[in-house]
Design a protein around this ligand. Sequence first.
Ligand SMILES: Cc1cc2nc3c(=O)[nH]c(=O)nc-3n(C[C@H](O)[C@H](O)[C@H](O)COP(=O)(O)O)c2cc1C
Length: 320
Amino acid sequence: MQNNSDFFNRPLVLTPGFTLPSRAILSPMEGIMNRENFFNAARTLRLIDSWMPPFIGIPAGAVPRDVTLKKRFSFFLDSGIPFTVQLLGHDPDSLAETAGALYRIGVRSVNLNCACPSKTVLASTSGGMLLKQPEIIIETLQKIRRNVPDICVSLKLRSGFRDPDELKELLAAVREGGIHWVIHHYRTVSEEYRDLPRQEAVRRLQIVGEELKTIPFFANGDIVSPGDAELYRAETLCSGIAVGRGILNDPFLLRRLRTGETVDPGLKQEFLHLLTSGIPGKRGEHFYLECVKMAYGADSPEFCAALTEQKNRRVGKSRE
Ligand SMILES: Cc1cc2nc3c(=O)[nH]c(=O)nc-3n(C[C@H](O)[C@H](O)[C@H](O)COP(=O)(O)O)c2cc1C
């Protein structure tokens, strides 16, 4: 399938104060993208042109102070790249107040996580659990819009909690809440990361496009090649695509989608080194191994070589 860089490279104006420069974006991944290293590596190699780091948890009544938010996010804000903060929580007032605090420190876009299937997150009645209570999603959206009229508001969704038949009702509720855009992962929360036929993914994403009508959505789930992205573009009404795990296997995927260029595969090693450089000691070593495993696979020669290299280094150190 032909890569349509004209489509993916087009900016998307979402509010007067927030525009995505392109339609090929990263989907946040807790534990991988939290580090400034990831952002630096991705910026240096022009892998991304907008940024949404993993969620920040907002328990009821625990709105972070402006100074805390500033400390956490000024690095990204100062970079000038369009930047979205993802919120995880279930208390509409606390979430709306946090959006207000974020706006005060310069953030122009927030996203509410209604998708996370992790057991801990579900137990806190946040993330994917919100799909069982669309009224909380609506109340949160309305309170954010009222509290911070100029902020761009989006949702990260899945296709229902248990059954994709929940999708239509859910999207009607979401439209009522008033949002500027959506990132939609095609599985339900209960399906976690289970394999599903590609036609089923496309079918669900088609429903999303039909139900959201003029609200732009980014299709997400199992995009590991330009062909996968192109399939979603051609077969659904998506305004763009969001890639998560695929970025580790092919760090240059988004860049290739945007520009249509071919990228030297050797740059993958450079990406992994940039990603993990500066993290000291065993933490750094462990993170590097995790990244190589995700990038090349646990059975790959690259992962075996990285393991051997690390073992040799440890032996060398113990002899010194
Ligand atoms: C380790 C890991 C951490 C994740 N953390 C987040 C997160 O913080 N926020 C979020 O919206 N999604 C999170 N996700 C979901 C991804 O953004 C994405 O929706 C999901 O992996 C499916 O897309 P993919 O098939 O392209 O990976 C995470 C996924 C993984 C594997």
